[in-house]
Design a protein around this ligand. Structure first.
Ligand SMILES: NC(=O)c1ccc[n+]([C@@H]2O[C@H](COP(=O)([O-])OP(=O)(O)OC[C@H]3O[C@@H](n4cnc5c(N)ncnc54)[C@H](OP(=O)(O)O)[C@@H]3O)[C@@H](O)[C@H]2O)c1
Length: 383
């Protein structure tokens, strides 16, 4: 009885410091990609003597920052890290070696690194050197923090967020295609923030034709993601805003057309990145292949911003991981539907969501959810 109480107290203590490491890790949000966000805390007794986080891609890792923030002898301390330390030379030397140098008596790891070059290696190395390692403390939270990194590392595909602003009756534009603006100004700022947290933004050709968006993060601080346009027949006009200022944000067009040489040349001269790829039997771009190509260029996350046909394709093909829907208190009646035909006849085949957050933003309601993969729990066959 007494023993289990002691064990529980020690887990609570570990969770307390891991929460502190998680808070630190989040400070790197939007700047570490394609690296993960990582936080580290060094504790002696019940006092934090060092702390750090990975601030930006290419910058020092959290473990090194925590060690450098501390002074004096760190032998016998407990080292808390949200993600298993790296064991290979990348832009910086292996963090596991830095930890071994300071000789803590214990290392507490939130989640193992999904990177096949690391996975479990550092934990084994620490143990081999006589350091006690505790794993799995707030593992769910630590994995959720880096859901993008985990998806990218384990599947070789980017993490896909589908986001749109709709009316209460599920329209993303009027029947004439007018959509500016469905949501309120605070939601626009929110949408720009969401952009800044992704490596790229993707839209369909019709959205460029109807809205002529800039697809930049003008309302918030942060980098402009790569703009990706899906345009099989290369029909968007040369005057489109996304094709103008390539110094502000880079644009990539995926197309299936080899024709229009002159247009291709002008776009090339402007610095627009054109990818001519094979279409499917309808001549449409194969989104899965496009995602693979983007992942191979280091793009680990994509924000799909519409329009309706693109959203529908991503959902129908099971390519989306996260759904962010901004619902404005407006009703349009007939108009462009947010999601078109998914070919679903039976309710148990509906796309199911795991709601993470619902917030009120200005006049709007923002729903942030993850798309559940696999068959519904009640649909699973019993053995
Ligand atoms: N409220 C919002 O959040 C929001 C956001 C964005 C857009 N919108 C509105 O949405 C409307 C545009 O939506 P939309 O459905 O007409 O067009 P869209 O989704 O923007 O673009 C669809 C086009 O993309 C191309 N495409 C290529 N491969 C595709 C694939 N695998 N799957 C789907 N499309 C593919 C097709 O043209 P090609 O065959 O020529 O390539 C297709 O016609 C506009 O009125 C805009 O204002 C609203």
């Amino acid at each position: 009885m007494m023993k289990s109480k002691v064990a529980r107290t020690s887990v609570l203590k570990d969770e307390f410091y891991m929460k502190a490491a998680l808070r630190l890790a989040r400070k790197g949000e939007g700047r570490t990609s394609p690296n993960p966000m990582v936080g580290a805390v060094i504790v002696r007794g019940s006092r934090i003597v060092g702390q750090g986080y990975h601030r930006a891609f290419g910058d020092k890792h959290a473990e090194t920052r925590a060690i450098e923030s501390a002074s004096g002898d760190l032998r016998g301390t407990t080292f808390y890290i949200t993600l298993e330390p790296c064991s290979h030379f990348g832009k910086t030397p292996p963090c596991v070696d830095r930890i071994l140098e300071i000789k803590p008596s214990r290392v507490v790891v939130g989640s193992a690194d999904p990177n096949p070059r690391v996975s479990g290696k550092s934990i084994r190395s620490l143990r081999r050197h006589g350091i006690e390692v505790t794993t799995g403390i707030l593992e769910k939270e630590c994995r959720a923090l880096n859901e993008v990194f985990f998806k990218y590392m384990t599947t070789g595909y980017p993490f896909v967020t589908v986001k749109y602003a709709q009316t209460l009756d599920g329209r993303i534009a009027t029947r004439s295609g007018h959509s500016r603006w469905i949501s309120s100004p605070p939601s626009l700022t929110f949408a720009h923030r969401l952009r800044s947290l992704h490596d790229s933004i993707l839209v369909g050709s019709e959205t460029i034709l109807k809205d002529d968006p800039e697809l930049t993060c003008r309302l918030v601080k942060g980098r402009n993601p790569r703009r990706v346009i899906v345009d099989s027949s290369l029909k968007i006009p040369l005057s489109s805003k996304v094709l103008l200022d390539q110094d502000r944000a880079k644009t990539m067009i995926f197309t299936t057309t080899h024709g229009q040489r002159e247009k291709l040349k002008i776009l090339g001269d402007r610095g627009v990145d054109i990818r001519v790829v094979e279409g499917d039997h309808h001549g449409r771009l194969v989104l899965r292949k496009l995602l693979k190509a983007l992942a191979q260029e280091g793009i680990s996350s994509i924000l799909v911003e519409g329009g309706s046909r693109i959203i529908t394709s991503f959902l129908k093909e099971g390519l989306a991981d996260r759904l962010v829907v901004i619902t404005a208190p407006k009703i349009l009646g007939k108009g462009i539907e947010a999601v078109g035909d998914l070919g679903i006849d039976k309710l148990d085949r509906a796309i199911r969501l795991d709601i993470k957050k619902i917030i009120r933003n200005g006049d709007d309601i923002v729903l942030d959810a993850r798309i559940k993969k696999g068959p519904p729990a009640h649909g699973k066959k019993k053995r």
